[in-house]
Ligand binder design. Sequence first.
Ligand code: SF4
Length: 274
Amino acid sequence: MAQQSSIEWTDATWNPVRGCSKVSPGCKHCYAERFAERWRGIPGHPYERGFDPRLVPEHLLDPLGWSARRVIFVNSMSDLFHEAVPLSYIRLVFEAMAAADWHVFQVLTKRAERMREALSLLPEHLVELPHVWLGVSVEDVAHGVPRIGPLQESKSSIRFLSVEPLLENLGTLDLDRIDWMIVGGESGPGARPMEEEWVLDLRRQARSSGIPFFFKQWGGVWKHKSGRELRGEEHNEMPAMSPYDLPPRLVRRERTVRLRARLASVQMEEVTAG
Ligand code: SF4
């Protein structure tokens, strides 16, 4: 189901996959893992299996049931391109996003190469959709910056960088074909510090490339105290949204029925594996 989100750059979250595994320093204090592991072993809880990756086909069609437009962060509790998610399921997620085209979907990954590969294998009608944005996390030079290339090579109408948690000065970035930059510091217990100069450098680069710049937060152990002003102002720029065009109820119902049939036709053992 949709969760209203407290994340500053989105409205809601949708998790057709749950659980993940760590790939880089940005994952060190993963909020999703901390949350999910709290419920491990509680029978009937959505996170009964803790943070183990699991497909959630029962929530695949949810966005088709929400008539009001939402900006939706896809898989806030996972990574769509995790190796445990079969390509057939990734395709179903894209089919659901294509069918619910009055929303805006934000797909963020740390598995940029698998994203590029998956995108190259999807049928043309599912890629470069105006309401589906693709992004990569860029937390440091060694692991984050190399994700930018595969993003640039992935077909997408909007490509974005989530520079969070920013762990060091990233130097000069190649921002060709990048449409949005989000920057933020780490928050919560053990948060690693972020220096103002690193953020200012990124803002400079975004501005000189004409890229909307969103400053999410300074972070720290008490993120509400440190706030989200950079040199006295909030930065909330976003790319232009695709037009909001809600199809008639009958059309929405037809799309739901078609997608439910597609889901039923995919081998269930493949869908529940992982
Ligand atoms: S990729 Fe994201 S969801 Fe997965 S472990 Fe890392 S921070 Fe957590």
